[in-house]
Ligand binder design. Structure first.
Ligand code: NAP
Length: 260
């Protein structure tokens, strides 16, 4: 299916590894030019190299999105490198898990600085460019925002906030011609999940396949998601094939969320 993404410019946060890297490579595969960003410049250069190897165009800007000035700097870099922006994927996020009473104010502030305030600042800074090209914005939340749990108080709260912010931006997008949607992935195979699986294999001595099956069963999934599952979905949502999708918060979760 032709998605009509050739020559579009996309900014994907957290594109040095994991889901963001997968989304960036997926969009590049569809012919988008990519602005890659995270803190690890070496990892970003590796992704840029992978895109170049397939004749794609990309630029790299390493920064810490928790810094208040980072969003403006990044959008300025996009303007400078590409002259405009069609797609913004607010993906970078990391929140500390654990006992609620052991989590400090600093843990909460850190989680919100990256996964909420960076989304807000980037949306604000990139909006005029997105408006100019009638572009699309995707926020990556997480199913914990729909199924909050005691061991994931920060992540659950921030993902719910990301979904609410998506709805607000989508309302604004109606008047400005910017399409805004949010994806809530469940467990996706990235380094953080592999760490968790390895840890449980070491703790129990059970085979990896058994631990994987157990985690999926406990979470109610048919299987772990892959970064390609998320990347394919993002490419479709931002494409010319999905222009009636607006303001949606979509569970991409292998069946985890069993409610309407
Ligand atoms: N994996 C899952 O199972 C899962 C499930 C539901 C939702 N999600 C959500 O999906 C998104 C991506 O998750 P992931 O598993 O791919 O995470 P990941 O593998 O930990 O990657 C996070 C990305 O964000 C970047 N990043 C982290 N801190 C940053 C900072 N302060 N400034 C700028 N960039 C920063 C990281 O690069 P640097 O370290 O180089 O900065 C990396 O590129 C997150 O929002 C996460 O909450 C993931």
């Amino acid at each position: 299916m032709e998605l009509g993404l050739k020559g579009k410019v996309a900014l994907v946060t957290g594109s040095s590894r994991g889901i963001g890297r997968g989304i960036a490579l997926g969009l590049a595969e569809q012919g988008c030019d990519l602005m890659l960003t995270a803190r690890d410049v070496k990892a970003l250069e590796d992704v840029a190299q992978a895109i170049r190897a397939k004749q794609g165009k990309s630029a790299v800007r390493a920064l810490d999105l928790r810094e208040p000035s980072a969003a403006e700097t990044l959008v300025e870099a996009v303007r400078h490198e590409f002259g405009g922006l069609d797609i913004l994927v607010n993906n970078a996020g990391a929140t500390k898990r654990g006992d609620f009473f052991a989590l400090s104010d600093a843990d909460w502030q850190d989680g919100y600085a990256l996964k909420f305030f960076a989304h807000v600042r980037l949306a604000r800074a990139a909006w005029p460019l997105l408006k100019e090209r009638r572009g699309a914005l995707i926020a990556i939340g997480g199913t914990s925002g729909r199924k909050p749990e005691k061991q994931f108080t920060i992540g659950s709260s921030v993902n719910a906030a990301v979904a609410a912010f998506t709805k607000c931006l989508a309302d604004l997008g109606k008047q400005d011609g910017v399409r805004v949607n949010c994806i809530h992935p469940s467990l996706v195979e990235t380094e953080r999940q592999w760490r968790r699986i390895r840890g449980e294999v070491e703790r129990t001595g059970e085979p990896e396949a058994k631990i994987r099956a157990q985690f999926c069963r406990e979470a109610g999934l048919i299987r772990y998601g892959t970064v390609e599952d998320v990347a394919n979905f993002v490419s479709f949502i931002v494409s010319s094939r999905a222009t009636w999708l607006h303001g949606a918060t979509l569970d991409l979760d292998g069946g985890e969320i069993p409610v309407l």
